[in-house]
Design a protein around this ligand. Structure first.
Ligand code: NAD
Ligand code: MG
Length: 357
């Protein structure tokens, strides 16, 4: 079995990320990672029938409860934040409780936020079951719920006690969700690591066939990159912003189309192509690198074009609202070569118009 362990170094809040196939069954691992005796597994109605019984049996030496959410981004809400808190209170959970988030980024973000707030903070362990959650949302301690006026608008930085990634769970993930996660994987290559990027091209058929060794290698590299960035810039004051490549345009697409019509990863994929095009038109990125970005994104069944209906003004409107806007300057990330990105803050609407054509 291929098992890897990485550490996220944050002084007293450091924690391990453990990656391997079949880890949901690893009793000794969970008993090493969880400090208390009492555990609440939180999952959703889609993931529960697939993996809850297995994890419950692994955690059978703990005083164990479980809580299920409906499936969907709309339940990452204050309403379900309250429901989970009520469940914990009704079951007399104290500060020694450990919450275990079993699911995708929706479950992880909500559980993390509850863990940050319940009795001023309790332990939580991330057990991400989507590719996106395994390479991105479960690592780094950003937690949040949505507000009717904006996505992720209420939240906290709260690092987990551990992240346990069982690559086996990806076998049941719908292909479209897998591809969406690959957008974030490709992002790490474009922003930080050209040789990793090359391996995503070379090993494409192994990766999409869910070859165990390849998946562990890919997920591990993504977690390493994210762990390094988070250790250097926990609260996104500097380098962590580079992880937003494609996201400013991507958020505009997601919001304009209506959340859920385009998956986040799909919007980020198209957003990365737009950012690359801006860079190419400016002469910051070579034509070859631009073409390689487009071809590779397309090869993973991801979109490389904005939605037909969206015009420049639609992008500008959303980009001005984005959390990443600082002092009303449109600030975003562009690749200057595959493996390196920079912050750019002087994009004009005319230029965007040209790129979107
Ligand atoms: P998700 O949690 O909605 O999961 C996608 C779908 O896959 C859901 O229907 C889910 O029930 C299902 N699913 C999960 N695991 C499965 C499995 N193993 N087999 C079959 N089906 C499975 O979506 P996501 O893409 O994982 O996460 C998106 C969320 O993550 C968004 O709310 C986003 O804001 C958040 N996010 C947070 C961060 C962060 O740093 N905290 C980063 C990126 C994204
Ligand atoms: Mg993202």
């Amino acid at each position: 079995m291929h098992v890897s362990e990485i550490e996220v170094s944050l002084d007293t809040r450091s924690y391990p990320i453990v990656i391997g196939q079949g880890l949901l069954k690893d009793q000794a691992l969970f008993e090493r990672l969880i400090r208390g005796k009492k555990v609440v597994i939180v999952t959703n109605e889609t993931v529960a029938p697939l993996y809850l019984a297995e994890l419950e049996s692994t955690l059978s030496n703990f005083d164990l409860l479980s809580f299920q959410l409906p499936d969907g981004e709309q339940y990452k809400s204050l309403e379900y934040f309250e429901k989970l808190n009520s469940f914990l209170l009704e079951n007399n959970c104290g500060r020694d409780i450990t919450l275990v988030a079993l699911g995708g980024g929706v479950v992880g973000d909500l559980v993390g936020f509850v863990a940050a707030c319940y009795q001023r903070g309790v332990d939580f362990v991330q057990v991400p079951t989507t590719l996106l959650a395994q390479v991105d949302s479960s690592v780094g301690g950003k937690t949040a719920v949505n507000h009717p006026l904006g996505k992720n608008m209420i939240g906290a930085f709260k690092q987990p006690q551990a992240v346990v990634i069982d690559t086996q769970t990806l076998s049941t993930l719908p292909a479209r969700e897998f591809a969406a996660g690959m957008a974030e994987v490709l992002k790490y290559g474009i922003v930080f690591d050209r040789s990793f990027w090359q391996s995503l091209i070379d090993d494409k058929s192994l990766i999409t066939a869910l070859d165990e060794k390849s998946l562990v290698t890919v997920i591990k590299r993504c977690c390493q990159i994210k762990a390094e960035i988070v250790a250097a810039d926990e609260t996104e004051k500097g380098a962590r912003a580079l992880l937003n490549l494609g996201h400013t345009f991507g958020h505009a697409i997601e919001a304009e189309q209506g959340y859920g019509v385009w998956l986040h990863g799909e919007a980020v994929a198209a957003g990365m192509v737009i950012a690359a095009k801006v860079a190419e038109l400016r002469g910051y990125l070579s034509e070859d690198d631009y073409q390689e970005i487009v071809n590779t994104i397309a090869s993973y069944d991801l979109p490389t074009k904005k939605p037909e209906s969206m015009q420049t003004a639609d992008f500008v409107k959303h980009m001005k609202r984005d959390k990443k806007v600082q002092n009303s300057v449109m600030r975003f990330i562009i690749p200057t070569e595959i493996g390196h990105c920079e912050i750019m803050d002087d994009l004009t609407a005319q230029e965007l118009e040209l790129v979107l054509k």
